[in-house]
Design a binder for this molecule. Structure first.
Ligand SMILES: Cc1ncc(C[n+]2csc(CCO)c2C)c(N)n1
Length: 224
């Protein structure tokens, strides 16, 4: 099992059912054994490009909601990584498949996509950094767990590039760093015994909802 910090492990255990549905979704299992149709994967990638635009905005909001230089650094590094690396990766894969950047940018946004990204942004607009981070945790850590498991269990080379990105040292290091950021942000604002505070349940609810929205995002991927 991954070691992405104390708060993540507690939040995941409090939402065990949705977490399993997310990290073991049929879309994920299809990447594992190579049975996921290419059309579904490209449809997912197009939607994910739009998703990343809004996630970059959410991470930029995390800079706004930061209270320390360390928090600002972590959030701004993620904004930069998203825009200069992850989005570029999508552009590259799509171009190789004959989907132009203009076409990618013009992708009509599916409502499952809109629901998830605006939920995360709203958590940040109306709350503090903790509310925003709780909504961001499933996205970051879920892909970390999926990448690690698929890297060990994949029986097909079809989605090896995608798997390697999330199983790789760089991404896994980012998950560990994010876990530390989350634990420190909670300790700073609530105290070391954060799981005993009244706020904790609400943060776990936000985590659960974001996890359910990840499940819907995979399901959308299966229905181009
Ligand atoms: C639907 C969906 N969920 C999660 C990710 C993964 N992801 C999104 S932003 C980011 C960087 C840090 O937040 C990572 C790893 C994705 N691409 N698409």
């Amino acid at each position: 099992m991954s070691n992405y910090g104390k708060a993540f492990a507690l939040m995941r255990d409090a939402a065990a059912g949705p977490w399993r549905d997310y990290t073991r979704h049929a879309f994920v299992e299809g990447m594992k054994d190579g049975t996921l149709p290419r059309e579904a994967f490209l449809h997912y990638l197009r939607q994910d490009y739009v998703f990343l635009i809004h996630f970059s905005r959410a991470w930029a909001l995390a800079v706004v909601k930061s209270e320390t230089h360390e928090e600002m650094l972590a959030a701004s590094r993620t904004v930069n990584g998203l825009i200069s690396e992850e989005m570029k990766l999508h552009i590259g894969i799509c171009e190789a498949e004959g989907i132009s950047q203009a076409e990618l940018f013009a992708t009509p946004e599916r409502h499952e996509n809109l629901a998830y990204t605006r939920f995360v942004l709203e958590a940040g607009y109306s709350g503090d950094l903790l509310d925003l981070l709780a909504a961001l945790v499933p996205c970051v850590m879920g892909y970390g767990e999926i990448g690690t498991r698929l890297s060990a269990e994949a029986t097909s080379e079809a989605y090896r590039g995608w798997i390697d990105t999330y199983a790789g040292e760089d991404y896994q290091g980012a998950c560990v760093a994010f876990g530390e950021l989350l634990d420190q942000a909670l300790t700073r604002r609530i105290g070391a015994d954060f799981q005993g505070s009244p706020r904790w349940d609400r943060l776990c609810q936000t985590f659960r909802k974001a996890t359910e929205l990840e499940v819907d995002f995979w399901q959308m991927g299966l229905t181009p």
